[in-house]
Ligand binder design. Structure first.
Ligand SMILES: C[S@@+](CC[C@H](N)C(=O)[O-])C[C@H]1O[C@@H](n2cnc3c(N)ncnc32)[C@H](O)[C@@H]1O
Length: 258
């Protein structure tokens, strides 16, 4: 069953880890965030809102359409006085026009049907020359084989039925670029990122994370029984290891408002 972002049980699914240095490095190498007003659309539990808030920005407006996600984010961001959490839809945030310097849309677009409408809204919010960063997995990213770090590849290896689900909900790089351009952006570049998702000190912590389906909406497509079998399968694959570093392959598009 597809993940329900409005279910209380999923309230903390996107808040139980911190953004990794691999992500922070990509952002800081490409954008000067000093004193900037930023928006994190589809903020989930605020993992990346917090990371941005620590990068000397002026203020982070974190937007999500799910009250449950925002409850999780409120707890996660409670120590940050430069983050505001706002209920809003990526298509119609109700935020003011031409006010923001930078927008992040991370792991959002594969949940949306209308890419152009989402980018139109981002364009409306940004000042001239403002930057939009879109981060998601393309079908190509999803289809990379599993290995000791890329556990998502094993999801698809064991359950080929997930291939269709993943590839049909993911946009190709060409589709993202075309939608950005038609919404009035100049695509400056797109890069591939192997982002460290999480370090696990033993298999038990990885097992728990997988069984809870934490932050992995694709695992909501499996039954509990299928998921348990998958965890056994992964344990066999990784049995020679004592600690685990999970990485995901992403595509990140940098676009500027013309
Ligand atoms: C996969 S999570 C990503 C969360 C966070 N950006 C991260 O990377 O950890 C997707 C988030 O987008 C939100 N979302 C999905 N569709 C949305 C929409 N139309 N408007 C606003 N938020 C939306 C969901 O509620 C969820 O919190």
């Amino acid at each position: 069953m597809t993940i329900d972002f409005h279910d209380t049980n999923n309230q903390t699914t996107y808040s139980t880890r911190d953004a990794d240095q691999s992500w922070i490095q990509l952002i800081t190498e490409n954008i000067n965030l000093l004193g900037k007003d930023v928006v994190d659309i589809g903020c989930g539990g605020g993992i990346y809102s917090k990371a941005l808030a620590e990068l000397n920005v002026n203020h982070v407006t974190a937007v999500d359409f799910s009250e449950e996600m925002l409850k999780g984010a409120t707890k996660n961001c409670k120590d940050y006085n430069n983050i505001s959490l706002i209920k809003g839809n990526a298509y119609h945030t109700k935020l003011p026009s031409y006010k923001y310097d930078f927008i992040l849309e991370r792991a959002l677009i594969h949940h949306l049907d209308d890419l152009k409408a989402c980018f139109d809204e981002a364009n409306r919010l940004l000042k001239k020359n403002g930057i939009l960063i879109v981060q998601d997995r393309t079908p190509e990213d999803c289809l990379l084989p599993g290995n000791d770090h890329h556990l998502r590849g094993y999801f698809l290896e064991m359950y080929p039925k997930l291939i269709k689900k993943e590839t049909s909900r993911r946009y190709t790089s060409h589709e993202v670029k075309t939608a950005l351009e038609s919404a009035g952006f100049k695509v400056e570049k797109s890069v591939k990122l192997w982002e460290t998702r999480r370090y696990y000190h033993n298999f038990e912590s990885l097992r728990e994370d997988l069984l809870l389906r934490t932050g992995r909406s694709i695992l909501h497509e499996l039954t509990d029984k299928e998921l348990k079998l998958f965890v056994n399968f992964i344990e066999t694959k990784l049995q020679h290891q004592t600690s685990f570093v999970e990485k995901d392959r992403w595509t990140v598009w940098f676009a500027s408002k013309k």
